[in-house]
Design a protein around this ligand. Structure first.
Ligand code: KIV
Length: 268
């Protein structure tokens, strides 16, 4: 399905004026997409964090466009009602031509919109995508695709220079036509200021309580990966325990009944 980027942006700006609070989660596959589709979220993101939470890589750079297309198609098969956004992975939007090709591939896989990381430096690409009918969600503040080049996973906007750059990035992506912006790990006072400054919604992750909405990774929220959860991510479930209990019950059940004729089975 296609949605005109201008119409989507206008609808989101109006909702922000009306005081709407956005709630979004990531999905990685068909069951998570299908379950989340009926939950009433504002959008579902096929985030490149799937590199870590679904594929066991060290960071989001471990995911290729091909992999994102594969997972986007799986999620899209389960999503019928909710706005679907897919991440353009690292390296897939280095040039305008490449970005268009990558975004069209994700759209072909079933997404409606794409998300890309960066501020002033990606505005030309952002404008090109929206002018070709692809709605773009921006992502500024901490950029997971660049954590290795930068200072790791640390709070953004603590000093004046950095805060100024994040403000400029926020204004730039709004100006370039993004319909919303994800603001990751930005100090809450600055996140509050940016939320008031922009007319498009600001969706925070680890950026305090004053953004227009929040996005989190499903496996963190559902307690699916107990070996790692960022400090800011609230956990509302214990899927890991459910899976372990189910597996243990199954093992007990499977081993309870002795083989009818062990000798016969061993000789096979
Ligand atoms: O890849 C991801 O999961 C993200 C976050 C904003 C949730 O980009």
């Amino acid at each position: 399905m296609k949605i005109d980027p201008l119409l989507l942006r206008a609808a989101w700006i109006k909702k922000k004026q009306e005081g709407h609070r956005w709630a979004a989660l990531t999905a990685t596959d068909y069951p998570s997409g299908r379950l989340l589709d009926s939950a009433g979220l504002d959008f579902i993101l096929v985030g490149d964090s799937l590199a870590m939470v679904a594929l066991g890589h060290a960071d989001t750079r471990g995911v290729t466009l091909q992999t994102m297309v594969h997972h986007t198609a799986a999620v899209a098969r389960g999503v019928q009602h909710t706005l679907l956004v897919a991440d353009l992975p690292d390296g897939s939007y280095k040039t305008e031509e490449r970005a268009l090709k990558s975004a069209f591939a994700l759209r072909q896989a079933g997404t409606i919109a794409v998300k890309l990381e960066g501020g002033q430096d990606v505005c030309t690409i952002l404008k090109t995508l929206t002018s070709r009918g692809i709605p773009v969600l921006a992502h500024i503040g901490l950029l997971p695709q660049r954590v290795r080049k930068e200072d790791g996973y640390r709070k953004q906007g603590k000093n004046t220079e950095e805060a100024e750059r994040i403000r400029a990035d926020a204004l730039a992506v709004e100006e370039a036509g993004a319909f919303g912006v994800v603001l990751e790990m930005v100090v809450p006072s600055l996140a509050d200021e940016i939320t008031r400054m922009l007319s498009i919604p600001v969706i925070g992750i680890g950026s305090g309580e004053c953004c227009d909405g929040k996005i989190l990774v499903l496996s963190d929220v559902a307690g699916f990966s107990p070996w790692f959860r960022p400090k800011f991510a609230a956990c509302y479930g214990n899927v890991a325990r459910e899976i372990q209990c189910a597996a243990e019950k199954f093992i007990r059940e499977a081993r309870k009944t002795p083989l009818k004729n062990p000798g016969e089975s061993a000789s096979l």
